[in-house]
Each structure stands twice: as C-alpha cells, then as structure tokens.
Write a protein that binds this ligand. Structure first.
Ligand code: 6PG
Length: 255
C-alpha cells in the first residue's frame, strides 16, 4: 500500500472502487464547486483536462440536473496541435462527451486553437487568460475547478518530464499563463497552461485511473521524485485545494 506521505497538507485522496465510481464521485465534487462558485460570484470557471480518463466524468456531469451551465466558462488545461475536429483533439473529446449535451454558452467555451501555429495559439490563449485575471482583479487567472490527469510518466496537462517549462526562470514565471511546448517524447508540439495558471486554480481535481498509472502514482504519492522527473508533483506545493481521485487499479495496481 502506497503511503501518500508526499501529498500536500490538506490535499485529499479519494479512492474509488472502479473507473465508473471514480467518474461519479468526481462529477459530484465538480458540480458542488460549480454551484458554489456561481452562488458566490455569479459565474464559474471550469478547466477541462485532456486524455481519455475525463470522458466518463464528462458524461456523468452532463447527466446531472444543473441549471447553472449558462453561467459556466469552460477552459482547457492543454491541447494537441491538431484541428478541433481531429480524433486527438481534447476539445473534440470535450465536445462529444459534455459540451454538446449541456447548455453552455458558445462564447463561454475558451478553446485552445490547436490548428494554428503553436506559438501563435499559445499567445492567443495567454491573452485570454490574462483578460480573465484582469476581470477577476487578480495577478493570475483563477479557475474555480481545474481538472487534471496524470500520464504513466507522471506528466500532467502537457508538462512532461524534463519540460523546459519546469526549469529555472520559467517555473517561477508568474506572468505567463499559457505556452507552446515541444515534446520530444511524442515528437510533437503541445499547447498547455503554465505552472503559474495551475498554481492560481482555486481547486485542482486530479483523475488517475487504471493499472498503467500504478507505478507513477506510487512514485508521486509515496516517494520524492524531482519535479523534472515527475511534473505532477507540482500539485504537492499548490496554495489551493487539491483532490486526488484515484481508482483501485491505479492505487493498488489491481489488474
Ligand atoms: C492530454 C492530457 C494529459 C492527460 C494524461 C492522462 O492532453 O493528453 O491533458 O495530461 O491528462 O496524459 O491521460 P489519460 O487519461 O488518457 O490516461
């Protein structure tokens, strides 16, 4: 059993028996936070994660009774450098599993333009996040709920091991909120929010499902890998709330 000694004080570890139970538990947490943000601030800012794991959560979210969707702004933590209708597009996945099924206002969907030249797309998204921070009268844009995943290599968003965004100067850059990054391990470019944007999130919910994540989760929660080796450990030092939603297969390696 992994002793989650590396988790930040106040971080939450929620264990689910199955991927379905994980999606249901995380969905009700997200919903509660959206309702609270709308009650307090009249609107909510939700950042979606890419990858496969969020799809089940999205479908549960779309099935829950909620009349607040017109007040929800939807952002993305990262995107692949592909057009929005491409099979690898995180936006397309979100569209098909959530956004097409709920009354979110189109103008409230803040998509990363994966079809544009990466540096141009990142600059545009950085500008949109900067505008959000200004509107919130904050130094950095604050998502009410930020969903993140974790890869088997302990990356999160598109902050991959050895990422230049995690090295000196860029790690502590408090003024850049989105970036284009070359990912040698995938031989491609990605668009991603920066550590500054992740740090500014009011609540981060990390979804980790499946036996292929067990070794990384054990390392990240039980060991003390360096940030460059395990970028998701950035979450251990966040000022806001962090909730790790993990299933048995990820935590115990059950096959
Ligand atoms: C992406 C993601 C990435 C993802 C992890 C886990 O665009 O790929 O944002 O960070 O969350 O790779 O992906 P899975 O859920 O598919 O395992």
């Amino acid at each position: 059993m992994t002793d989650p000694s590396s988790m930040a004080r106040g971080a939450l570890l929620r264990l689910a028996a199955s991927p379905e139970a994980l999606a249901a538990a995380a969905a009700s947490e997200v919903m509660a936070m959206l309702e609270t943000a709308i009650a307090w601030r009249g609107e909510a800012h939700l950042a979606l994660s890419g990858g496969r794991t969020p799809a089940a959560l999205h479908r549960v979210l779309a099935s829950l009774p909620f009349d607040g969707w017109p007040h929800v702004h939807v952002w993305f933590g990262d995107e692949r450098t592909v057009p929005p209708d491409h099979a690898d597009s995180n936006y397309r996945m979100a569209r098909e599993t959530l956004l097409d099924a709920v009354p979110v206002v189109d103008a409230h969907i803040h998509r990363m333009a994966g079809e544009l030249p990466p540096v141009e797309a990142a600059a545009a998204y950085d500008g949109a996040l900067r505008a959000l921070a200004a509107q919130q009268e904050r130094a950095a844009p604050a998502f009410d709920v930020m969903l993140l995943g974790m890869g088997a290599d302990a990356h999160t968003a598109s902050l991959f091991p050895q990422s230049p965004l995690l090295t000196d100067g860029r790690l502590d850059d408090a003024e850049t909120f989105a970036a284009a990054i070359e990912v040698p391990s995938l031989q491609t470019w990605r668009l991603t929010v920066t550590p500054a944007t992740i740090r500014a999130a009011r609540t981060v919910i990390v979804l980790v499902s499946g036996p292929d994540k067990h070794d990384a989760l054990r390392r990240v929660l039980g060991g003390a890998p360096s940030l460059l080796d395990a970028p998701v450990t950035l979450l251990h030092a966040l000022p806001g709330d962090v909730a790790w939603f993990v299933d048995r297969a990820a935590l115990f390696g059950d096959r």
